[in-house]
Design a protein around this ligand. Sequence first.
Ligand code: PGA
Length: 249
Amino acid sequence: MRKHIVAGNWKMNNDLPQTQALIDDLKRQQINSDAEVMIAPTFTNLWHAFDQLNKTKIEVIAQNMHFAEHGAFTGEVSASMLKSVGVNTVILGHSERRAYFNETDELLAKKVDSALVNNMRVIFCFGEELQDRKSGNHEQVVERQIKNALFHLDASAFKNIVLAYEPVWAIGTGETASPEQAQDMHKFIRTTLANKYDETTANQVSILYGGSVKPNNAKEIFSKPDVDGGLIGGAALKAEDFFAIVNAF
Ligand code: PGA
């Protein structure tokens, strides 16, 4: 069976005291779910979050990393640095990284390689913009993003890859893809993987949906057969809301 995963992307929110407060709230919640639970605080708070959550079922993950091992890349953080503070999973290719920091498919392919070489798990994000959806090009756009960043990999690499379909028009907007739109795209992604690799590989990869998942819509979205979890932004900043989503599984 595929893993269910609910990951909270805190983005650039929460300084150290706020991180501590949210962690305290998270620790008070009950997990009544078979989903793996993850949170992604900012770089500065990763070590503290790991130290606090180490003995719980909540995994601490990173929002981004650089592809190089070390060197003259001012302001950047490498895979081995993340690993040294207990982080074994990294989100790559979030639409905000693509839009505001010019991350291209080619750059993301290098980041994916670096994460995998360092035995990290990758949550790889992609998704179409509103104009792609309106013009009916959403499947082509998503196929291109996946192909360019991932299709140089062997099938075996997909053991360490989680996909996150996040239509850009649904992120932070309050607008969600309908459960049917999510299912259709997830099915398309799985078929794309099966065509390139094989059915077994395609059926093993968890595909998360992201974009305005909230306590009141999570259950319906997660009920779709090809939706294996969620990447949660805004609603991950309140422990009760986040756990209402986790417990929707
Ligand atoms: P949102 O963000 O839940 O606030 O729409 C999702 C994301 O950016 O991963």
